[in-house]
Design a protein around this ligand. Structure first.
Ligand code: SF4
Ligand code: SF4
Length: 454
């Protein structure tokens, strides 16, 4: 067997390794590929930092230390980083072209009982699926012969306004051989009645997402019944109580929408709900950071939080109110989303097909129809599936964050590529100071958890 020291010549410090001294004087090496830390002695730390500039020095490191460093990918073989990128591209392509699962986000109606200012359009036609569209949908699913499993998320409009359609579709799906593996709903929560709860308990609903538009006062101003103009907070909260009480196998995500003007609403609401539901484990409360476009729809504008605002906000949550949200770097993004996997679709109420949730009801983004066996707009499909991939973007290929970020949201990437967009898609922690801070929090949290386990 080759001695590790004999092949030191081919070792180099990975470009995915970040060295930093923590505020508690710990000398840490973090690797974004393995998502792991190594705590080093000060001398070893300084020595490896030196090796970055003079790789020849690696030969003086003892075998057992070399093994530890290579196991954690702090040191890699020559071309190791390039191989990582190749492998990631292969895995991304596998995920992109995988047809084992069919992922469907279905809008059984595009009607809604609210008229939230950022969503409501005065002239939008209210449409619900007809029986023919439902039959076409079943045939469309059946035509995906390679799919053994299926994921369904109900979306809208407000999907529960077309509860009968949901029931019909699920009933008809029972005759197909494809297994319903994931079942979720994005709802405003207003119509989550006892009947709905019973039904979804029988149909293995895995996940519910409900949104509050800030705290009670703000929510009631924005999310009002479109006819009576009554606020909806109390009804939704009471329904969420019932969901947690009666649906122990379903996970409830409460999203609290925030922008620059109301970020405290998240903390207030999270505190309140965590106390209210302290006997339940199957829920989370997370901040929905609103993306509000500027007037020419090329960049974030208005009251939307900018890149730095988001980073500071998340760091503040982790630092000051530790229990409220854990999403600071490193958070792994999926290699593909519905827009970039070829077997995932968003189905509109008229049977039109989109790739991204954000495109629903935009006629320019319809890629085809469930009753037609062809693309009507292949360009949109290829933009998402091919052009927006991280491996088509040199900045992403070279980026330290690539192993976790995978290139950012394809919808914004498309706007940058095709519509003169200037959206910043990058990890919010890509400023060095910020990265150091959040890695330190992440390290402390990890070691805290480990010591608890011991
Ligand atoms: S393109 Fe972006 S918004 Fe659309 S499904 Fe993918 S991640 Fe979500
Ligand atoms: S989107 Fe930005 S942070 Fe993400 S991989 Fe590309 S360059 Fe890096």
């Amino acid at each position: 067997m080759q001695n590790l020291n004999q092949c030191y010549m081919s070792l180099t410090v990975s470009k995915y390794t970040y060295f930093f001294e923590s505020s508690k004087n710990k000398y840490l090496a973090y690797n974004s590929c393995s998502n792991s830390f190594l705590k080093l002695s000060k001398d070893l730390f300084n020595y490896i930092v030196e090796c970055k500039i003079t790789p020849g020095l690696i030969g003086n490191i003892s075998d057992d230390v070399l093994k530890m460093l290579t196991d954690n990918k702090i040191l890699v073989n020559e071309n190791g980083d390039e191989k990582f990128v190749q492998e990631l591209k292969f895995k991304t392509n596998m995920a992109t072209y995988s047809q084992n699962n069919i992922g469907l986000t279905i809008a059984p109606t595009n009607e809604c009982n609210f008229r939230c200012p950022y969503c409501f359009e005065e002239n939008k036609k209210s449409v619900s699926m007809t029986d023919k569209t439902i039959d076409d949908l079943i045939a469309f699913i059946e035509s995906h012969k390679n799919a053994k499993t299926m994921g369904i998320t109900w979306y809208g409009g407000e999907p529960l306004l077309a509860f009968d359609n949901i029931k019909k579709i699920l009933e008809k799906l029972k005759s197909l051989s494809v297994e319903l593996k994931y079942h979720g709903i994005v709802t405003n929560g207003y119509y989550f009645t006892d009947e709905v709860i019973d039904f979804f308990n029988e149909n293995n609903l895995y996940h519910i997402q409900i949104t509050f538009d800030g705290n009670r006062e703000r929510h009631n101003k924005l999310r009002r019944d479109k006819d009576t103009r009554q606020g909806s907070y109390d009804v939704i909260l009471a329904n969420a109580d019932k969901i947690l009480e009666r649906m122990p196998k379903t996970f409830l995500s409460i999203r609290v929408n925030i922008d620059k003007t109301n970020s405290n609403d998240y903390i207030e609401t999270a505190k309140y709900l965590k106390e209210r539901w302290k006997d339940h484990k199957n829920f989370e409360v997370y901040p929905g950071i609103l993306r509000i476009d500027n007037e020419d729809k090329t960049d974030i504008g208005g009251n939307a939080m900018k890149h730095d605002d988001i980073a500071n906000f998340l760091l503040g949550l982790a630092n000051e109110s530790k229990i409220y949200y854990d999403s600071y770097y490193p958070e792994f993004s999926s290699k593909v989303c519905s827009a970039t996997n070829i077997n995932s679709y968003i189905i509109g109420a008229e049977g039109e097909i989109y790739k991204c949730w954000n495109d629903l009801t935009d006629p320019n983004k319809i890629i085809g129809y469930i009753d037609k066996n062809e693309f009507t707009n292949p360009g949109v499909f290829y933009d998402y599936v091919i052009s927006c991939k991280w491996h088509e973007d040199n900045d992403c290929v070279k980026c330290f964050f690539l192993p976790t970020c995978h290139g950012g949201c394809a919808w914004y990437k498309c706007r940058n590529l095709k519509e003169n967009g200037r959206y910043n898609l990058c990890e919010v922690f890509n400023d060095e100071e910020c990265l150091r801070k959040c890695l330190e929090i992440y390290y402390d949290r990890k070691t805290e958890q480990k010591s608890k386990q011991i």
